[in-house]
Design a binder for this molecule. Structure first.
Ligand code: PMP
Length: 427
């Protein structure tokens, strides 16, 4: 049945709508941290559909909120007052850490970043954007133009002038062998040099941890140093929290907080997990920036009642059950466990990450060379063992990504680590 569906998929959908696995999966249902395929196989889910499942699969509160709202009204999000949208905006403004915050809802992370670019360019009257090398911010016409991961940038005909800044990947390339201090100094130097030749840019956009890029973090102090340099030129800071928000990184509610960059970002974008699978994205910014647009509403579906009701129930559940604390505790155990396994597998160059956002970088043993075929093997073997994980990485996919729903239990972490250990040993 799934094979038949695969043939039909290939016959009508774009070739670039890539699927994982030699025999792609058809997921039919989920519960907690598990999903089932059409053949009835059960999998422990360590990727949550690319972090879209924030709390748990089929969370009863979300299911109830969605079905009740669907039974009442699903309407456009604009023109009339929308209670769930106001309530969620109040919640997010409160937890955002941004003073005088205003929230605008979209239907995806891409659209959230588009809106952030619209705001930043209008506010600063400049279409020059600084972005990080190896970054991913979406695939719309403007967000693709600020995506530094070349494997994910199918066009370079962007309406923006984008300048890429060093500071992302460090496993390979000219900076690979510098220690953190020298790396930060070299990147700051590079940024100053870039600014010296550039008309005032509108903003720098950065992921606190690069997601598609393989869950890599810049070293401590890098973003803080960048922020200082950019402040001198009134360049805005946009934090793309599409993967890192809502406590997933454990120690902090937002990814940007780990970088201690002297105050909150000017603009924060979010999406993925907040809707627990429903399409919710958005932007938070100071009123002065948000209100700089001379526009009527700019989305029919962003903030529609049903997605807002889902997100509100989901966020309330995460806060009431301290899933951030759970991500810190269980993620910490998982990191330790994976590091112990990795020490015995020569292909593992590094195990990194924060909370329940962990990356495993693979290289050919004893070299800096990427090992995408090893990553593909581990992905298949993990699936055969009943575990779903993700891939990612720089200009190839040589990193494994682990990002389970944030309610992961210790027993499930142990179980997943054991399957991953067998898969890594099979390389
Ligand atoms: N920003 C980041 C950091 C992302 O990881 C993604 C999606 N992978 C996006 C933006 C785009 O989000 P969406 O796919 O919801 O448009």
């Amino acid at each position: 049945m799934t094979r038949d569906l695969l043939g039909r998929h290939r016959a009508v959908l774009p070739e670039w709508l890539a699927l994982y696995y030699e025999n792609p999966l058809e997921i039919t249902h989920g519960e907690g941290r598990h999903v089932w395929d059409a053949a009835g196989n059960k999998y422990l889910d360590f990727f949550g559909g690319i972090l879209t499942t924030m709390t748990a699969h089929a969370l009863p509160e979300v299911a109830k909120a969605v079905s009740e709202q669907a039974g009442r009204i699903i309407h456009s999000s604009t023109l009339y007052l929308n209670r769930p949208m106001v309530e969620l905006a109040e919640r997010i403004a409160h937890v955002s850490g941004i003073p005088d915050a205003r929230v605008f809802f979209t239907t995806s992370g891409t659209e959230a970043n588009d809106t952030a670019l619209l705001l930043a360019t209008a506010y600063r009257r400049s279409n020059t954007i600084l972005a990080m090398r190896n970054s991913y911010h979406g695939r719309s016409f403007s967000s693709v133009g600020i995506t530094g991961n070349s494997g994910w940038s199918p066009t370079s005909l962007s309406p923006l002038q984008t300048l890429y800044v060093h500071g992302g990947v460090r496993t390979r390339g000219p900076y690979a062998h510098l220690d953190d201090r020298d790396f930060v100094a070299a990147c700051v130097d590079d940024l100053r040099d870039l600014l010296g030749h550039t008309r005032a840019p509108a903003a720098l956009i950065a992921e606190p941890i690069q997601g598609v890029g393989g869950f890599t973090s810049p070293p401590d102090g890098l973003y803080a140093a960048f922020r200082e340099v950019l402040r001198e030129r009134d360049v805005l800071w946009i934090a793309d929290e599409v993967q890192t928000g809502w406590g997933r990184t454990g120690e902090h509610f937002w990814g940007w907080q780990a970088h201690a960059h002297n105050g909150p970002p000017d603009i924060v974008t979010f999406a993925k997990g907040i809707g627990n699978g429903m399409s919710v994205g958005g932007v938070v910014a100071r009123a002065e920036i948000m209100n700089c647009l001379d526009a009527n509403s700019i989305s029919t579906f962003g903030g529609t009642q049903i997605t807002m009701a889902a997100a509100l129930a989901n966020l309330n559940h995460a806060l009431e059950h301290d899933l951030q604390g759970n991500a810190r505790r269980v993620g910490g155990l998982l990191l330790e466990r994976l590091r112990a396994v990795a020490a015995q597998v020569p292909h593992v160059r590094e195990v990194r990450g924060r909370g329940l956002m962990l990356g495993i970088e693979l290289t050919r043993p004893g070299t800096d060379e990427a090992a995408p075929e090893a990553a593909a093997t581990v992905l298949e073997e993990a699936r055969a063992g009943g575990l779903l994980i993700g891939k990612g990485g720089g200009h190839n996919t040589s990193a494994l990504r682990v990002a389970p729903p944030m309610s992961l239990t210790v027993a499930e972490a142990e179980e997943g680590a054991a399957i991953l250990e067998r898969a890594l040993r099979s390389i």
